[in-house]
Write a protein that binds this ligand. Structure first.
Ligand SMILES: Nc1ncnc2c1ncn2[C@@H]1O[C@H](COP(=O)(O)OP(=O)(O)O)[C@@H](O)[C@H]1O
Ligand SMILES: [Mg+2]
Length: 159
């Protein structure tokens, strides 16, 4: 039987625990987040790395949409953490950009991390010594124009 030609250009490559996407717009990044959200379960922690403006919050908006959160996701840069109700518990969106006193932070972080909640952490580099569990690492790199490379790695522990 003749194979159908693949019309759409593939925008991802993968190995067993790693998948790379190429996004050409904020909308595409959102969509990648929505799709990843469908594979998440309570207890998952996502660490989002990438420079300012890379698209970490945009990606998180996709995660929230995929988790059926109706509320608008606003960057938690100034409040550090925002919580949203999801089916299994809470979706905790954290931004460590402004964090210096990591002891103060530890309490909030550990309250959030449990088997019911899903945590998405921007700037996890700031608290790497507090992360004791394997997580889903997401690294967003800015390419030419509006393109981004989005690397998703399960069971990451490499920050
Ligand atoms: N391919 C893309 N993916 C994500 N964001 C993009 C893309 N192209 C342009 N943008 C824009 O870049 C900005 C990313 O901002 P944001 O998600 O707040 O970044 P961060 O949280 O990493 O600082 C937004 O204004 C978004 O519209
Ligand atoms: Mg952000």
């Amino acid at each position: 039987m003749e194979k159908k030609p693949v019309s759409k250009k593939k925008n991802s490559t993968s190995t067993s625990n790693k998948i790379n996407f190429y996004s050409r717009s904020a909308g595409e990044t959102l969509r990648i987040g929505i799709n990843l959200a469908k594979t998440l379960k309570g207890g998952d922690i996502l660490c989002l790395r990438g420079e300012l403006g890379a698209g970490k919050t945009t990606f998180t908006k996709g995660l929230a949409k995929g988790l059926a959160i109706k509320r608008n996701i606003v960057s938690p840069t100034f409040v550090i953490m925002r919580e949203y109700t999801i089916k299994t518990g809470k979706f905790c969106h954290m931004d460590m950009y402004r964090i210096n006193d990591t002891d103060f932070l530890a309490s909030g972080l550990y309250q959030c991390i449990n088997e019911n909640n899903i945590c998405a952490i921007e700037w996890p580099e700031k608290i790497k010594h507090l992360l004791q569990k394997k997580y889903i690492g997401i690294k967003i790199s800015v390419l030419k124009n509006n393109s981004r490379k989005i690397e998703i790695k399960k069971n990451d522990f490499s920050n």
